[in-house]
Design a protein around this ligand. Structure first.
Ligand SMILES: *Cc1c(COP(=O)(O)O)cnc(C)c1O
Length: 355
């Protein structure tokens, strides 16, 4: 039996996608060649790249709005510095909501002045700051839509009448948003789109060309746009699997469909966390993430029993990040509702045993 996979990333992928991907490793496109041994410039692979691009724009509902789609390497972590390298002329504004935002801030400081508009660092990032001001003259505003480690998520984005940049690594394609409000979105594939190895960048070309510094080619968005993400060899397998996952999502009914499922999963787990006296939620209720639910045991003595029960129920990847402790249920698009039910069953069983 396949395990209930709550891993935070790399994470669960749809079974059908894994099946198709494994077939392509042996015989891609019925050409009796592996996807892994053909040129990235061959017709069948260029078609994969094109398909992946058009699915991204279609699913995000931002077709014909001047966006370019890139699939690069180096993870979201490289985007922390690439965004600043390409966009930071004098001053940038950042919202600090977690470890990833904090890392992005650290990188951006290498390139210019940085205004931290608000931060929840002193409270171990348990909530999303609100009501802050973004300086009008900032070159761009950067935020993280979902804080994978702490289990918080921005529900309402601030209105900033300038360039808006967002790290959507762990909740892209999970909920409906007006994606056209953003000028640059980036996301490491391995949280909600595919395997590790490629990073999605959705960018409005018009925001480029405003900085004076010389940008090395591999870190230059304009070069990757001009070369259709083929300035160097792209990670063909990761892009192919991402394309299959996007196709799977489209066939299901797109973001509007999956959002309903994701909301159901989140409601199921949070209801249990709040009801069951043996558990306590980590994040502020109003900021709770629908992707990553963080919680702890109220009695640490039950740790061993609970973890043995999880193991027996085939539940994988529930350990919280070391900076939070406790547990984290990551419920990305491909995680079925019945897996969350299996977890809730174990939580209730623990309660019964300890009455
Ligand atoms: C995982 C994660 C990252 C880092 O991604 P890499 O691809 O490992 O560099 C950045 N931001 C967020 C929100 C993440 O969840």
């Amino acid at each position: 039996m396949k395990k209930h996979n709550f891993s935070a990333g790399p994470c669960i992928l749809p079974k059908e996608v894994l099946q198709k991907a494994s077939e392509a490793v042996i015989n891609f496109n019925n050409d009796n060649l592996s996807l892994l041994e053909i040129s990235h410039r061959s017709k069948p692979f260029v078609a994969v790249m094109e398909k992946a691009r058009s699915l991204v724009l279609e699913l995000l509902n931002i077709e014909n709005k001047g966006y370019k789609v890139l699939f690069l390497q180096g993870g979201a972590s490289t985007q922390f510095l690439m965004t600043a390298y390409n966009l930071l002329h004098k001053k940038a504004a950042y919202l600090n909501t977690g470890t990833w935002a904090d890392k992005a801030i650290k990188e951006a400081k290498l390139f210019g002045d940085l205004v931290e508009v608000a931060s929840s660092k002193e409270d171990n990032f348990t909530y999303i700051p609100k009501g802050y001001q973004i300086p009008k003259d900032a070159d761009y505003f950067h935020c993280t839509s979902n804080n994978t480690i702490f289990g918080t998520q921005i529900k309402e984005f601030p209105e900033f009448d300038g360039v808006n940049v967002c790290d959507m690594s762990s909740d892209i394609f999970s909920r409906q948003l007006d994606f056209s409000k953003f000028d640059l979105i980036y996301a490491g594939a391995q949280k909600n789109m595919g395997p590790a190895g490629t990073t999605l960048i959705v960018i409005k070309e018009e925001i480029l060309g405003k900085v004076e510094r010389v940008i090395p080619s591999m870190l230059n968005y304009q070069i990757h746009i001009d070369k259709d993400s083929m300035f160097n060899t792209p990670s063909v397998f990761a892009i192919y699997v991402s394309m299959l996952t996007l196709e799977w999502l489209k066939d299901l009914g797109g973001i509007s469909f999956i959002e309903k499922v994701n909301n159901k999963k989140a409601e199921l787990i949070y209801t249990e966390i709040d009801r069951n006296p043996l558990f306590k939620g980590f994040a502020a209720k109003e900021d709770r993430s629908i992707m990553n639910a963080t919680f702890t045991l109220t009695d640490e003595n039950l740790k061993e029993t609970f973890e043995t029960m999880l193991l027996e129920a085939g539940i994988n990847g529930l350990n919280g990040h070391r900076s939070v402790g406790g547990y984290r249920a990551s419920m990305y698009n491909a995680l079925p509702l019945y897996s969350v039910q299996a977890l809730v069953d174990v939580m209730q069983e623990l309660e019964r045993k300890n009455k």
